[in-house]
Design a protein around this ligand. Structure first.
Ligand SMILES: Cc1cc2nc3c(=O)[nH]c(=O)nc-3n(C[C@H](O)[C@H](O)[C@H](O)COP(=O)(O)OP(=O)(O)OC[C@H]3O[C@@H](n4cnc5c(N)ncnc54)[C@H](O)[C@@H]3O)c2cc1C
Length: 467
């Protein structure tokens, strides 16, 4: 059987890896000149750089074993430290009750507690519906904590009011059901392991940044006979009698066509449907136009001092700062930067082609420097300079209030093609993590190889916490 896999991110690579192991012929088509998709890494001077903080975490023992297999055991583990900077101080994030209680200005704390008690009481006589992000969080945390830790950051990062964001986003990304839960779970962690929200250990490649996972997958796929075509964007999928028969792609300015028995898609679902021949109808085109993405610009600032913070990453929710999150790769692995200097990755969310998307490296570096000085992580006189700037167009699917109905239409259209399977973060328009994309890819491979549904769609489909 010949399977064509679209996209060489972790979902596509994991699919190809497992299919080759099962003895099938695989062609992987990738638009970029590298494998690994969003979770890639590259060397810039003395540093390995990632797209923002990428920590691999999972509670699935088999998946962890798989990670060690792919990385030939070159893995380090770390205890996560991530914080949020608010009101001129740093709080642990996810919130830790003790830290909030000791760190928060007392007056604000009284207000937060009062708001919390009030919102819980209000539930008895005027319940707040879970109809958008703002209401979901307000109901569980009260107004003060909502504004401090959730609303400000989310509306800043998403570039839209929280009342226009689906409650699905909150239920997947916010780790505790309510403040009382936070306090109980922090002071008295549940038996049988921590809840996912409080899992602090994570895995990371010993060398070469997070992208080593993708590079190793790529090497192994090729060693097993897989045909990985880089700089080969998919241009057309020829569908006959409900089956994808051929896939066309561009390489070196020419069109190539491969025959296929099965197709596994991991590229953005709207872009996949646009390659269909015969082409999709106007209703699907309309739904595509309504599905939006949030883009990110990553500015990499080299700093002439050993480190700027102990954190893996820090959220900067306040609106007077342009950067919304920073990360320092040196804290993920000792082998990605020299001892005497460091790189801080500063993320700015944006819309494709807006003013931030079009920032130059010099402009981005100045914004990054200014924000780091404002929060006190960098002294004015310390030498620093921008060494790279990357843009990611399909960084986050936007879960607005109508995304579900539009997405359902797209999924239905894809399902009409009987030998096409769409999966991964882009293939499902799902806000999932690396481990999920790998798990999905492995399950899809099983479905294709065995002909029985291994339920890849059910990975990361629930209300579990993804943070
Ligand atoms: C800033 C940021 C931080 C993150 N941090 C974490 C974290 O800490 N932990 C975690 O687990 N996850 C994290 N993630 C999520 C993680 O990066 C993704 O879940 C994972 O990389 C998705 O893999 P994928 O294969 O599903 O999709 P992708 O990596 O997007 O792969 C899709 C591939 O398709 C290719 N493609 C697109 N169009 C075409 C075309 N026309 N033809 C051929 N190829 C095409 C793309 O180039 C890409 O290689 C983070 C994501 C971001 C943006």
């Amino acid at each position: 059987m010949h399977v064509v896999v679209l996209g060489a991110g972790f979902a596509g690579l994991a699919t190809a890896y497992e299919l080759l192991k099962a003895g099938h012929q695989v062609t992987v088509l990738e638009r970029e000149s590298w494998v690994g998709g969003m979770a890639t890494s590259w060397k810039q001077g003395k540093y390995w750089l990632d797209h923002g903080p990428h920590r691999f975490h999972s509670r699935d023992k088999k998946l962890i074993e798989h990670l060690y297999e792919v990385l030939d055991d070159d893995v380090v583990t770390r205890e996560r430290l991530s914080r949020i900077y608010m009101q001129e101080r740093f709080f642990h994030y996810p919130l830790k009750a003790k830290n909030v209680l000791t760190n928060m200005p007392k007056l604000l704390m009284v207000r937060a507690l009062w708001d919390y008690v009030w919102i819980r009481m209000r539930q008895w006589f005027k319940p707040i519906p879970d109809d958008n992000f703002e209401n979901w969080v307000l109901k569980r945390f009260g107004k003060t904590l909502y504004e401090m830790f959730f609303g400000t950051y989310t509306s800043k990062a998403w570039k839209m009011p929280c009342t226009e964001i689906s409650a699905d986003w909150a239920s997947q990304r916010i780790s505790q059901a309510n403040l009382w839960d936070t306090i109980i779970k922090t002071l008295n962690p549940p038996k049988g392991g921590e809840v996912r929200s409080l899992v602090s250990e994570f895995w990371y490649p010993g060398h070469g940044g997070i992208g080593t996972i993708g590079r190793k997958y790529g090497e192994k796929v090729r060693e097993m006979g897989g045909d990985v075509r880089l700089e080969s964007p998919v241009t057309r999928i020829e569908i006959e009698d409900g089956y994808a028969r051929r896939v066309a792609f561009e390489q070196d300015g020419e069109e190539h066509v491969v025959e296929c028995d099965e197709v596994v898609n991991t590229i953005p679902l709207p872009r996949l449907l646009e390659t269909f021949s015969p082409e999709i109808g106007p209703d699907v085109k309309q739904a595509i136009a309504k599905l939006r993405y949030l883009a990110i610009v990553f500015v990499y600032l080299e700093v002439d001092q050993p480190t700027v913070s102990p954190d893996h990453w820090v959220y900067l929710p306040e609106k007077h700062l342009t950067v919304h999150r920073i990360s320092e790769f040196k804290n993920f692995s000792d082998n990605v930067a020299p001892d005497d200097s460091t790189v801080v990755c500063c993320e700015i969310t944006c819309k494709w082609d807006d003013e931030h998307w079009n920032l130059t490296l010099e402009e981005g570096a100045e914004i990054a420097r200014r924000d780091l000085v404002t929060v006190g992580l960098l002294d004015e006189g310390v030498g620093c300079r921008g060494i790279d700037l990357h843009r990611l167009r399909y960084a986050y699917p936007v879960y607005d209030l109508t995304y579900k109905e539009n997405l359902d239409l797209l999924k239905k259209e894809a399902k009409k093609v009987k030998n096409l399977h769409t999966t991964g973060r882009q293939g499902l328009y799902r806000y999932n993590n690396m481990d999920h994309s790998i798990a999905m890819g492995r399950r899809v491979a099983k479905t294709v190889a065995k002909g029985t549904d291994a339920k890849a769609d059910q990975v990361a489909a629930g209300q579990e916490y993804f943070g």
